[in-house]
Design a protein around this ligand. Structure first.
Ligand code: ADP
Ligand code: MG
Length: 837
């Protein structure tokens, strides 16, 4: 349990207006569990004392009214801030940055400017200078800053504080009040090393014209040397009472040389840090950077927007975000900078969309209602209303001259495939080719088999060239099939996957390039450079989150501005739809076909593992199958594979010696993976032990139970995807979650899995609890970084989108002279992006 996550929970509860829902099961239970754990991490006696007064373990939050709750949470947060502040203080060894660094800091801006002129500013943007031009930043420190992605002066200006410590309440010493956070400025009368408790620390007497106060710092004896008698010092912190006299305990401090305060007496910025960087150093550098360079940032927002939104100028915003005059200006500055990020994101996304759609005209398709209806009638079900609606949206797009760019989102099992299939048929009916790319061979084959199945109900099958005899896979009926009776001419369907023999592949490439195949279903094999379509009119990407940005656009590029449909079962929260996917139109299938079961989900204690195994055994003896998912090993497929292999061996030998087990992991060659999936699907394997590779799209109707080990390591959305693999038929299905490292937070998160079966709600929760980075994993690259803007902030997003659209309408290429700074800034923001270039 980290202090950081306690803060998150408390802040979340604030944000929810104290409805006691920040933690499933209520705050009380959670806090009772946490109390001891947090207490252990605090060693400052004063803080411990205050912590005990908060009485986490005995609190009765659920029975309080809102006012009581508010007051209590505020106390909790105040305490956290103090704890964090005291940790900062403790992290500053005197020799790294004490008074010495300080006294010399005066000349810093002069030095920096000199350094600038030496590198010929006309050839280089000054802001792109390396941070080492700043006084006190050695190459070693630059390396540490690089860990925070700070390499240039510009980066340093944009190293934004995470929050502020409020040290604004300045008092004279006689006015000090116990238990309040206050700042005094006085003279050091005396400073010495003292034994405090049973450790060495520093004790000082500080006085002003109204009186004297004792100040102690625990565990920091070196400060005694730093504090010279008669020096002026600012002290910020909470005053306590010790044997009847007031005392500051381990307060923040700052020696003063008639300069502006940066560590005390104001809103003090708290920066993200990394090993070997200390808060006081970083503050000094950002202060210097702001003083020397903020003005040079210039302004890139058009005046109209600035005025309409009431934003401060950029240099003001940057300087206020670091060293705000008060919390209001800090808020304004942050609002402006967050808007900048969102506007740049929106402009980029809109430009990308326009380039796709208007670069060249697309192909307007005609509706072939008759073929469409015949196909629909061949299905063993009728479309759900949601499927109908989405189908109309897509068919509407296809009839436009603009190329479609649409994201189809729908819960696992909501029936996206049939919608894609209808769109592909429409392309074929218009004489165009259609392609569908799936992430695995098994899935591509599944799509192929299903489509052929449907078609064989309404069509005659004709032999299709000599192709089928040349290939070596066991696809009964071959990799190309031709159907007559649906369209006025024969309809040819093909399967293109990597494991085909090379002669089969070559032959297939030829027929595709001659336009003799109408619909190709396949894997990555579709985007190999040998594959050339004669007339690709529609590209569909299934399970799009399994593909990289580059692969997705590679399929698009196989045609001449084809319509594009990407499909995903990962729900996209609305805010994300506006940003990360802002270049796509969004269709959502928000209901499941009738009669679907919810997968009964239970969290189990590690001690109950044996029960889980007996349960699996019973299911298997009833003719069912099971998945066992092994924990995620971040960043290492190799380790993950190893762990899965040993789990597989253990289960085969010790737990289920009488059953047939199979193993699946990402390090196996594709053909072996597919072979294993085939065996599982056909029932030759009872229990499939797998890593997360099994996540996607596969239908194994007899699988009824999934055991997920190390469940706390997965995101909620991913867990939801996993469990979508079971319960594909009428029988009740089960998902068992076992934590590797149990913690109350993880427990609370997993409890959501038990109660919530709506993937959309789970995705929103994921986003809230883990943030967008984690939500999308490492796949989601190629977009500018958001530092301040929160993707959950819908009003700001909508404002940015509105302004971006207006700009886009008036000056789409940003050619006007007044838009030049914006244009430059836009290309800077998107310079790291794969798709932009
Ligand atoms: P997903 O959206 O996860 O890709 P699929 O397209 O694979 O889902 O559909 C899951 C299953 O539901 C398939 O077996 C499909 O035939 C079936 N299905 C699709 N639409 C309907 C419907 N309207 N009514 C009943 N079953 C449907
Ligand atoms: Mg699917």
């Amino acid at each position: 349990m980290s202090i950081e996550s306690l803060r998150k929970i408390l802040e979340l509860e604030c944000g929810r207006s104290y409805d006691n829902k920040a933690v499933i099961g209520g705050l009380d239970k959670y806090l009772h569990c946490q109390a001891a754990c947090i207490r252990q991490g605090v060693d400052d006696p004063q803080l411990l004392n205050e912590f005990d007064q908060l009485n986490l373990s005995g609190s009765d939050y659920s029975s309080w009214d809102t006012d009581q709750r508010r007051a209590w949470i505020a106390q909790g947060l105040a305490w956290l801030s103090k704890l964090e502040a005291s940790e900062e203080g403790a992290a500053v060894p005197g020799h790294v940055h004490g008074i010495h660094g300080y006294s010399s800091s005066h000349g810093s801006s002069g030095t920096a400017v000199r350094a600038v002129t030496e590198v010929r500013p006309e050839q280089r943007d000054i802001l792109d200078l390396p941070v080492t031009v700043m006084k006190g930043i050695t190459p070693g420190i630059a390396d540490r800053l690089a860990k925070l992605n700070v390499r240039t002066v510009y980066d340093l200006l944009y190293l934004l504080p995470r929050r502020y410590l409020d040290y604004t309440r300045r008092k004279s010493i006689s006015e000090l009040v116990v238990a309040e956070e206050q700042t005094v400025i006085g003279t050091i009368w005396q400073a010495r090393v003292a034994v405090l408790g049973n450790r060495r620390g520093t004790e000082a007497i500080v006085g002003d014209e109204t009186g004297n106060v004792r100040v102690v710092w625990f565990n920091q004896p070196y400060l005694a040397r730093t504090f010279r008698t008669n020096a002026t010092i600012a002290i910020s912190g909470t005053v306590s009472e010790f044997r009847g006299t007031k005392v500051f305990e381990s307060p923040a401090w700052e020696l003063l040389k008639d300069k502006e305060l940066i560590h005390t007496g104001r809103l003090v910025p708290v920066y993200p840090l990394t090993q070997g960087l200390y808060p006081r150093q970083v503050r000094k550098w950002t202060r210097d950077a702001v003083d020397s360079y903020a003005q040079q940032l210039g302004e890139f927002l058009p005046a109209g927007i600035r005025v309409r939104c009431g934003f401060p100028d950029l240099p003001v915003a940057i300087s206020q975000v670091h060293y705000p005059d008060d919390s209001e200006t800090a808020r304004e500055a942050r609002r402006r900078l967050a808007f900048d990020e969102l506007l740049l994101l929106q402009l980029g996304v809109l430009a990308r969309k326009r380039d796709w759609q208007e670069g060249q005209p697309g192909h307007a398709l005609r509706m072939d209602r008759e073929a469409m209806n015949r196909f629909l009638h061949s299905l063993p079900f009728t479309l759900t209303p949601a499927q109908e609606r989405v189908l109309q949206e897509i068919l509407g797009d296809l009839q436009q001259k603009k190329a479609m760019s649409r994201l189809l989102q729908g819960e696992v099992g909501s029936g996206k495939t049939v919608i894609a299939t209808l769109a592909l048929l429409m392309a074929a009916a218009n004489g165009y080719q259609g392609a569908l790319m799936a992430p695995t061979e098994v899935l591509a084959e599944q799509h192929y088999a299903n489509l052929c199945n449907h078609l064989s109900r309404i069509c005659e099958q004709e032999p299709a060239q000599g192709l089928n005899s040349t290939q070596g896979t066991d696809l009964h009926g071959g990799i190309v099939r031709r159907y007559t009776g649906l369209l006025p001419r024969p309809l040819t369907i093909a399967l293109l996957v990597g494991s085909l023999s090379s002669s089969a592949k070559e032959a297939l490439h030829r027929t595709i390039s001659r336009g003799e195949v109408d619909i190709v279903l396949g894997t990555h094999a579709l985007i190999q450079k040998e594959v050339k379509f004669k007339k690709l009119g529609l590209a569909v990407v299934d399970e799009q989150h399994r593909f990289g940005v580059v692969q997705r656009s590679a399929l698009r590029q196989k045609g001449f501005n084809p319509h594009v449909l990407v499909m995903t079962a990962t729900p996209i929260p609305r805010t994300m739809a506006l940003t990360l996917y802002g270049d796509l139109d969004l269709s959502v299938i928000d209901e499941l076909p009738p009669g679907r079961q919810v997968v009964r989900t239970r969290q189990l204690d590690a001690r109950d593992r044996q029960k889980a195994y007996s349960f699996i055994r019973r299911q298997v003896s009833n003719g069912r199958q099971a998945f066992v998912i092994c924990p995620l090993v971040e960043e290492s497929e190799a380790l993950e594979a190893k762990a899965a292999t040993s789990e597989y061996e253990r289960l085969s030998r010790e737990v289920f010696p009488e059953l047939r087990l199979g193993l699946l992991h990402g390090q196996m060659p594709g053909s072996e993976k597919d072979e294993m999936m085939r065996r599982f699907r056909s029932g030759e394997v009872d229990i499939l032990v797998s890593t997360s590779v099994v996540e996607v799209g596969i239908d194994v109707p007899r699988a009824s139970v999934m055991l997920i080990e190390g469940a706390e390591r997965f995101g909620l959305s991913q867990l939801h995807q996993f469990r979508g693999r079971v319960g594909r038929d009428k029988e009740q299905a089960y998902c068992l979650l076992i934590m590797e490292k149990a913690s109350p937070e993880a427990g609370a998160r997993l409890q959501l899995m038990e109660r919530v079966h709506d993937g959309f709600v789970l995705a929103e929760k994921d986003l809230e609890l883990r943030g967008p980075g984690e939500f999308f994993g490492t796949h989601q690259s190629g977009l500018p970084d958001l530092k301040l803007a929160r993707l959950t902030d819908l009003p700001s997003l909508e404002l940015a989108r509105k302004e971006a659209m207006a700009l886009f309408q008036s000056d789409p290429d940003l050619r006007r002279p007044e838009h030049q700074p914006l244009r430059q800034r836009l290309s800077r923001a998107w310079s790291g992006s794969a798709e932009w270039s």
